[in-house]
Design a protein around this ligand. Structure first.
Ligand code: ARG
Length: 577
């Protein structure tokens, strides 16, 4: 249900009748109790145009607008706002419809083909905390887009082909020559990388061998490829473990790493050269970008091939665009990386558009995110200053949740406790991240994220469980409870309005790739549910049967919305905690 769009439609009709074509119809959720549920605030602008007082204009609009079926009351306030109080019976009816619909009355959008490029770790090392944000924000956006009916193509653009592979391959080949098995040699990728780096920096001749390996690898040498594949296999299985722990929807089939574009790079550079988009400059092949000139007017330089012949991150990204927008014919591409890559994607887009790899109708959206910081405000590190492995971080989350839950001393069996701790621990880490506006840095703090109070996963998971337990106590199936709803007090009204804002929220997440909007929504929903439950007892003596039925329906739709929302964030719910 799109309440706001419906209201905008009605007000547009009214404004048109004042003789103004295409006037904007600013209408938003009311921010203060007493100002109704929605507010129209377009009278002031129209007043200037029509040379009348804003309040007069507001009155004229009120005389014209057809809204009696949706609103109980519309009143003019202040300089000329129109406060809209939605109709109690209309709201109840909409809720009832949502409660009996498996999609909660969320419509399907005209389907678009959308590439979502996320997670994309560099395979030289194990996944570390820096990969958390891309992985879970991207996954939440994917789930929302799919729920809304879009065709999503997940692309895990793994860094599996860069120059560091020469170093790793040289080191691996020595280990295998010593009769070691690849999986043992690579059992700890961090150690392996470190060992290789030490040799690269200190050992005579090793760096040269490493460089030879890169050239051989990129040239398709069989033996190199065999080594490389072993390395990739171990590395990918590490990331699979992390994906599994994190409950994200990425699978092997979504891997489309840098190496997948190797054969396209030479033809791509040729194409850009022959068409005069790229040129040779000091031995390298470059595209000059006057649109991004510096203060002196010197154009930005975008290198697509180094003077030694090597290709770069940029070349691969252009090839990826050609594949996605040309072959897959995608209408929109979303890429989730940290904010430091913003310039790279800006340049890439300009070049790709110039080359026609990206058509005007095809959107290319880099979705940047800020850093995860420690409590000291510096980048999040281990106590000794090392990078935190993602899988260690997730294990710690589960351990902490186990400790917390054990202290609450609820009668759970060992296996129940294990399951609850996993759901709460992982949920807490994910939610703490997803609930922050992605563009800013945020402080990673165990105590806040694991709290059962405030805007946290445990709070929302608990709210859900609580509703489910009401139904258990009542001996009623929450999924099939469809009793008539009648809204009797302000808390019930507020909850009803919030439930009906679910679809609007999802649309905004889909448009701006901002899962935090969904988090805020769910938190407000859960808080309004708690208030409703205080004001409108359900199972207490003295509650009339129709009241009980109606309140249970309100509880049921709240639970379904919470669950559906958390599900799209990749966060699990529990029947009992
Ligand atoms: N591997 C890159 C990194 O770790 C992210 C890749 C993002 N996607 C892309 N098409 N460039 O920073």
């Amino acid at each position: 249900m799109l309440v706001q769009s419906l209201l905008v439609e009605r007000f547009s009709q009214a404004v048109k009748q004042l003789g103004v074509e295409n006037a904007p119809v600013p209408l938003s959720k009311s921010t203060k109790a007493g100002f109704g549920d929605y507010q129209f605030n377009g009278a002031m602008a129209l007043a200037k145009q029509l040379k009348k007082s804003p309040r007069d204009i507001a009155q004229m609009i009120l005389d014209k607008v057809v809204i009696d079926d949706i609103a109980d009351k519309c009143e003019i306030a202040g300089p000329g706002f129109i406060n809209i109080h939605l109709s109690t019976s209309w709201l109840a009816k909409q809720l009832q419809l949502a409660n009996t619909d498996s999609r909660l009355c969320v419509g399907r959008q005209l389907p678009e083909k959308i590439v979502v490029d996320y997670s994309a770790p560099n395979l030289a090392k194990e996944m570390h905390v820096g990969h958390l944000r891309s992985t879970i924000i991207g996954d939440a956006v994917v789930r929302v887009l799919e729920f809304l009916g879009h065709e999503v193509l997940r692309q895990n653009h793994m860094g599996d082909w860069g120059t560091q592979f020469g170093m790793l391959l040289a080191h691996l080949s020595d280990k295998l020559a010593d009769n070691q098995v690849a999986s043992t040699a690579l059992s700890d990728l961090e150690d392996f990388y470190r060992e290789a780096k030490v040799r690269f920096d200190n050992e005579d001749g090793f760096a040269d061998r490493a460089r030879d390996y890169v050239v051989k690898l990129q040239g398709g040498d069989e033996q190199c490829l065999v080594l490389w594949e072993q390395f990739i296999k171990v590395s990918v299985s590490h990331s699979e473990e992390v994906y599994e722990k994190l409950n994200v929807t990425l699978a092997n089939a979504h891997i489309m790493g840098e190496s997948a574009y190797n054969d396209d790079l030479a033809p791509l550079v040729d194409d850009l050269l022959t068409r005069g988009i790229a040129e040779e400059d000091q031995g390298a092949k470059v595209v000059f970008i006057p649109e991004l000139a510096d203060k002196e007017g010197k154009p930005a330089v975008y290198i697509i091939q180094k003077s030694g012949g090597g290709y770069l991150y940029a070349t691969t990204d252009l090839a990826a665009i050609r594949y996605r927008c040309g072959k897959l014919n995608t209408q929109r591409t979303l890429i989730f990386t940290d904010a430091r890559q913003a310039l790279h994607f800006k340049q890439t887009e300009i070049v790709a558009r110039k080359a026609g790899y990206l058509e005007e109708t095809q959107a290319y959206q880099h979705c940047p995110f800020g850093m995860m910081l420690g409590k000291d405000g510096k980048p999040f590190k281990t106590r000794t200053g090392g990078t935190v492995k993602l899988s260690d971080l997730l294990d710690e989350a589960i351990d902490r949740a186990t400790e917390l839950l054990s202290a609450r001393d609820l009668a759970h069996s060992e296996s129940e406790l294990t399951n609850i701790a996993k759901t709460v621990g992982i949920g807490a880490v994910k939610y703490a991240d997803l609930s922050k506006n992605r563009t800013t840095d945020y402080v990673f703090d165990w105590d806040t994220m694991l709290s059962f109070e405030g805007n946290t996963a445990p709070y929302l998971q608990y709210a859900y469980t609580r509703i489910r337990s009401i139904f258990r106590k009542a001996g009623i199936n929450a999924d099939s409870h469809e009793a008539n709803i009648s809204l009797e007090n302000n808390s019930e009204m507020a909850l009803a309005v919030k439930v009906l804002q679910f679809e609007e929220t999802l649309l905004s997440v889909a448009k701006d790739a901002t899962p935090h909007t969904l988090c805020t929504y769910l938190y407000e929903l859960a808080s309004l549910f708690m208030r409703f439950y205080e004001d409108s007892p359900i199972l207490k003596d003295g509650v009339l049967p129709e009241q009980k039925g109606s309140r249970l329906s309100l509880a049921a739709i709240s639970a379904k919305t919470l669950k559906q929302g958390l599900d799209m964030l990749g966060i699990e719910t529990l029947e009992q905690m």
